[in-house]
Design a protein around this ligand. Structure first.
Ligand code: GLA
Length: 382
């Protein structure tokens, strides 16, 4: 019996050595996850089909290439807490299980956001704004319940998303109208009480503009001065071929790092399509009409555009690696081009190419560049 066991073990060892665990031919190729390990977390926003296993191809690539995940939609209040006394944890539980099964740094996104907000959250049954006391109680219960459920498994939370306008003023969200700027410290405090070990983040778009950048920094400093925990500042980085410019991004990385917070690139994608508005306002509320002229690459991407896209992406990743002492994570907003919201925003029904994997789930040239550049750097965290 003992001999048979040893014999079987040798056969198994030879088989695994030759084929890899999935039975596919083993190659020496590394993945982004492997080479960036200990340097920068490399993340991907995931959809429900990827975490429930329906998109098994996508799910396997994410597990091989990424070591952090963010839920694209399933934790937004309209999904996870659609009525005051009803939560829906089906998708979020599958999301967290998927992350745990693959040893991911799991992000929760997002606890307080004016968009995709559950309709009941800030109003009474007549549609009028609730009192500050009622909203505080609702915020507390919402945050306690969700953060508490995933305590110890979700390692970092986007606590507040998009609280500022591009001119640096506070957005007139219902949270702001009812509670004033105090809704931010309250949300961070409730999240910290619910899981004292979780990292807590502020997340926003257009973070290169000086006015928004300065307002975020001043808000973060005020939180810290009051002893309220905040660990990181997320720059979403929904980008185009023109915006934002690299030097502006670098300036913001340095400015945000000066608060003592980690800096994170949280929702990175880069559209190649004509941008119908000037500037970088990535508000999901902005939409424009479809015309064929606005959708020039519906039959495929010319090599010249693809080369320019890969080059610009590479420049960004070199910048992130240069600042890897303060950048804790770079998260792509989706896996493959077909998954991306950019196909439908700010114009519905276009064909865009914003992510690291194409419509056939093949990696783009940038993935190999990231792997070879990452191998060269050694990172000492600040
Ligand atoms: C914002 C949100 C994300 C996502 C994108 C658009 O950036 O933070 O959750 O909704 O908009 O898809």
């Amino acid at each position: 019996m003992k001999y048979i066991q040893s014999y079987l073990a040798i056969i198994l060892f030879v088989f695994v050595s030759c084929t890899g665990t999935a039975g596919t031919k083993k190659t020496e190729a590394s993945t982004m996850r492997q080479v960036l390990n200990g340097k920068i977390l490399i993340g991907c926003a995931v959809n429900v089909n990827q975490t429930n296993g329906e998109d098994s191809v996508g799910s396997a690539i994410i597990a091989a290439q990424y070591n952090s995940i963010t839920p694209e939609n399933c934790m937004k209040s309209e999904v996870i807490h659609p009525e005051e006394n009803r939560y829906d944890f089906i998708a979020s539980d599958a999301y967290v299980d998927y992350g745990m099964n693959h040893g991911m740094f799991i992000i929760g996104h997002c606890l307080v956001w004016h968009s995709q907000l559950a309709p009941w959250f800030c109003v009474d049954k007549d549609g009028k704004n609730v009192s500050p006391e009622v909203l505080k109680q609702r915020l507390k219960t919402h945050i306690e319940t969700i953060v508490g459920r995933y305590k110890g498994r979700i390692k970092g939370w986007d606590v507040v998303n998009e609280a500022f306008n591009d001119d640096g003023t506070y957005r007139q969200s219902k949270f702001y109208q009812i509670l004033g700027e105090e809704f931010i410290p309250l949300a961070f405090q409730y999240a910290h009480e619910a899981d004292p070990d979780a990292e807590l983040y502020y997340n926003d778009y257009s973070m290169v503009g000086a006015q928004k950048r300065d307002s975020v920094i001043s808000m973060v400093r005020k939180l810290k001065a009051r002893g309220i925990r905040i660990d990181g500042i997320g720059m979403q980085m929904h980008s185009t071929m023109e915006d934002p410019n690299l030097s502006g991004v670098e300036k913001s990385i340095e400015a945000f790092a000066s608060t003592g917070c980690k800096v994170m690139i949280t929702e990175f994608d880069m559209s190649v399509l004509p941008n119908p508005f000037a500037g970088t306002n990535a508000s999901v509320a902005n939409r424009f009409a479809y015309t064929e002229k606005t959708d020039p690459f519906s039959k495929g991407l010319p090599d010249s555009v693809s080369t320019a896209w890969n080059k610009r992406m590479n420049d960004f990743f070199l910048l992130f690696l240069k600042h890897a002492d303060v950048i804790s994570r770079v998260t792509m907003w989706g896996l493959a081009d077909s998954d991306s919201w950019r196909n439908d925003w700010p114009i519905r029904g276009r064909t865009d190419y914003p992510l690291l994997f194409d419509r056939s789930h093949q990696s783009k040239a940038i993935v190999d560049s990231i792997i070879s550049e990452a191998k060269k750097v050694s990172v000492v965290k600040r």
